[in-house]
Design a protein around this ligand. Sequence first.
Ligand code: GLY
Ligand code: GLY
Length: 304
Amino acid sequence: MEPCIIVHGGAWDIPEDLWDSHLRGCSAAVEEGHSFLQRGASAVDAVEAAVKVMEEDPTFDAGLGSFLNADGEVEMDATIMDGDDLSFGAVAAVQHILHPISLARQVMERTQHCMLVGDGALRFARSIGVPTVPHESLLTQREFERWQEIKRRQSFEDREFFDPTRDRYSPRGTVGAVAIDSKGKIAAATSTGGTPNKMAGRVGDSSLVGCGNYADSKCAGVSATGWGEPLMKTVIARRVCHSLEDGMNVKQAGDEAIRYLEDRVKGYGGVIILDKDGNMSYSHNTPKMAIAGIGAGATIFKHI
Ligand code: GLY
Ligand code: GLY
């Protein structure tokens, strides 16, 4: 199997002056993940490495640069899944961690559980020596100012998150990666700071298996981005896999899922897909979605 990888950096109406930073961030991530695959590392290693690049990049709503919740704090969600045995690890509403995706992987590999949340996740991180950071080190001036503005207006509605014609400079940059390695293992990883001004303790799709993330080496891997609640209601990542199992190709399955998201629950967002034969695709109903992939022959493609 020739290794392939695809990543995304969010789906929203990314303004032109931010196209470059989004494409650069996605390209750096996909190249990092692909270099792992070329050295013989597993798909799990590759998606973790790719997502870490984007968690460190303040362009995106994940790790450094995450949105602030209603209390002015960063709370992050992440999942990683190994498609060979369907094992996954997830963390939700976790604080003080630069790389929630790596903590999610430790949950997968070092505990008997699939998901840890909040303070328990943080205590687990400390117990195994995962570095913790002060809140301020995940905070960007951009997000602090957005939070202050929301508090000034005192009228921020969830609706603004999914209406692409409003609040158009608000980044919605959940990140994700899907890879297949030379042995045919598929892995998927997704990481986010969630939505702006979310209630403390709110958990979105990104850390929920089958919603924001799914991988099955017998079928495909999927990572989603967008407005989390509709993505959860439609269990969108697993829906894509069902459609593939029913005989659709990757483009048809992605388009079907996004159509259903919009028609059934008025959701907005996007998915990236990589199937067991190395076919890659993406679908979104937002004006833009930041994507980079490296397919057969190590050719890189980018989309915004
Ligand atoms: N931060 C929400 C999203 O882009 O998915
Ligand atoms: N899609 C990420 C979130 O809503 O949290």
